[in-house]
Design a protein. Structure first.
Length: 323
């Protein structure tokens, strides 16, 4: 009986040892697989490819992880990617409509030290920063949008999606965008037909003035081009924007006027002097004011021609023009 017990104990011990060995081998296998997967992921993230930007050939990451899209944050967010910094200009503020409360500001007029500190592996530039392009290129691979893409929201989205390594995402975003354009255009046509529309920016600062946005303005041209709104005749003769002189105000007879401040909000203390222009009897006597067809809107998405901003403009137009 004792011999049988000893034999049973020895058998159990061997089974335990065997189990430990099997578990150890399995652990090694998992560790090896984990290590292999990490190495593969690291390799994918370090892969590069060559693309052509406004200035020639650029080598960029295949799957960038830390991207700074200067004044292209709207497109990145529409594609589900958060930028590592957000555009800021001391005179114009930031793109408040994006709600990037936790993303550090990058002052495009200041030192590039802030960009270096955020360690980008790809920088994408819109137009207007060409002088600094060589400096950005020393920080990380830098892609400047081609001129033929700038100002075209759909082509910009496709380009940004491609640089981010997610070109397929642009397809679904654009499907929704185009459908919203179609629906909005139809409702606006039914609501106001050929009544004329004008977009005015109230320029704040030392010398406040009213600035009329033109037919091909990069920020607001889409409301005429894509949504079919009828521009007030003056708009057709302006490419980007032009000041409305005091003596011309009585002739400003647009049926509907969209207006927003150049910086801050309508309630900003610093804008009081500019807002006072709207109390001038000349302004108060134009047809749109007298009929209640002047719409004071939020500035930041009306000063962007990007995908999300354009959709927010559509929401504004439906809210104020479609009763």
């Amino acid at each position: 009986m004792a011999v049988q017990t000893v034999g049973s104990i020895r058998k159990i011990r061997w089974l335990v040892v065997l189990l430990v060995i099997m578990v150890s081998l399995a652990g090694c296998g998992d560790a090896k697989e984990t290590s292999t997967n990490e190495e593969k992921s690291k390799q994918e993230n370090s892969d590069t490819r060559k693309v052509n930007d406004a200035f020639g050939e650029v080598e960029v990451p295949v799957k960038p992880q830390r991207v700074a899209g200067i004044y292209l944050e709207d497109y990145m967010l529409a594609l589900g990617v958060e930028p590592i910094v957000q555009w800021y200009h001391p005179s114009w503020g930031k793109q408040d409509y994006l709600g990037l409360t936790d993303v550090p500001l990058f002052d495009i007029t200041g030192s590039l030290e802030a960009m270096i500190e955020n360690n980008p592996d790809l920088i994408i530039l819109n137009g207007g920063m060409d002088d600094s392009y060589p400096l950005y290129s020393k920080i990380a691979p830098t892609y400047r949008l081609p001129d033929e893409v700038i100002g075209n929201a759909e082509e910009t989205l496709k380009t940004v999606a491609d640089l981010l390594g997610i070109p397929e995402k642009a397809t679904s975003v654009l499907e929704n965008y185009k459908q919203k354009i179609t629906d909005t255009k139809e409702k606006l046509e039914e609501a106001i037909g050929r009544e004329t529309v004008a977009v005015v920016r109230l320029d704040v600062g030392d010398k406040p003035e009213l600035r009329l946005f033109g037919l091909n303005n990069a920020y607001t041209g889409s409301i005429y081009r894509d949504l079919g709104l009828e521009p007030f005749p003056w708009v057709k003769n302006i490419e980007a924007h032009d000041v409305i002189s005091q003596e011309k105000i009585p002739e400003f007879t647009a049926d509907h006027i969209i207006i927003f401040p150049s910086d801050g909000t309508w309630d900003s203390k610093s804008n009081e002097k500019a807002v006072a222009l709207l109390d001038d009897p000349l302004w108060k006597n134009i047809p749109a004011v007298k009929s209640g067809h002047v719409y004071q809107l939020e500035r930041s998405h009306w000063q962007s021609g990007a995908i999300t901003a354009n959709m927010m403009k559509m929401d504004d137009l439906l809210k104020f023009l479609v009763k």
